[in-house]
Ligand binder design. Structure first.
Ligand SMILES: [Cu+2]
Length: 175
């Protein structure tokens, strides 16, 4: 990462950061766009939690796994109605068609982090790796730093009605 010498550019960069504060930052050019990623905070003694985001692949991809150092086990999960009961279970893969947004959200497909090694505190970030395969079967790993939050950030894909977008005063930055 180079230092930015132009303060005006830096201000624009910070303004962009505040707008995209809920967005994970991929480490490098990525075959998939990741928007509004977040992980639900956990409390002491809680074994598992979920990670959520919107994935838009630039080419046909398949999500085949997830890894993070904070959890002993991390899986791609689906929610399925069995009789009257909504259950979740691991699935081996999730198709990400090119150009189509796929939401990982509460109540739908999600990333399940289990066997948590420590409580995940709000306003921290967690390293998370998405493992993909492209159309030729080659593995593509996407490294993310995902913010932890107690509830879905504004703009995140959510099962419930989302909050007003201006409710987040702490996202304000003035150069
Ligand atoms: Cu789950």
């Amino acid at each position: 990462m180079q230092a930015l010498s132009c303060s005006r550019l830096l201000a624009a960069f910070l303004a962009g950061l505040s707008v995209l504060s809920a967005q994970a930052q991929p480490a490098s050019a990525s075959p998939v766009k990741v928007d509004a990623a977040w992980i639900r905070a956990s409390v002491p003694g809680q074994a598992g939690t979920g990670a959520f985001m919107r994935l838009t692949a630039n080419e046909p991809l398949t999500l085949v796994g997830v890894a993070t150092p904070v959890a002993g086990v991390a899986e791609v999960h689906e929610m399925k109605l069995e009789g009257d009961v909504m259950r979740m279970r691991a699935i081996p893969s999730l198709a990400l068609p090119a150009g189509k947004a796929v939401d990982l959200k509460p109540g739908g497909h999600h990333l399940m982090l289990m066997d948590l090694k420590a409580p995940l505190k709000p306003e921290t970030r967690v390293p998370l790796t998405l493992v993909m395969r492209d159309a030729k079967g080659a593995e593509r790993r996407i490294e993310l730093q995902v913010p932890v939050a107690a509830r879905a950030p504004a703009g995140a894909a959510s099962a419930a009605a989302s909050e007003a977008p201006h409710a987040h005063g702490h996202a304000h930055h003035k150069h």
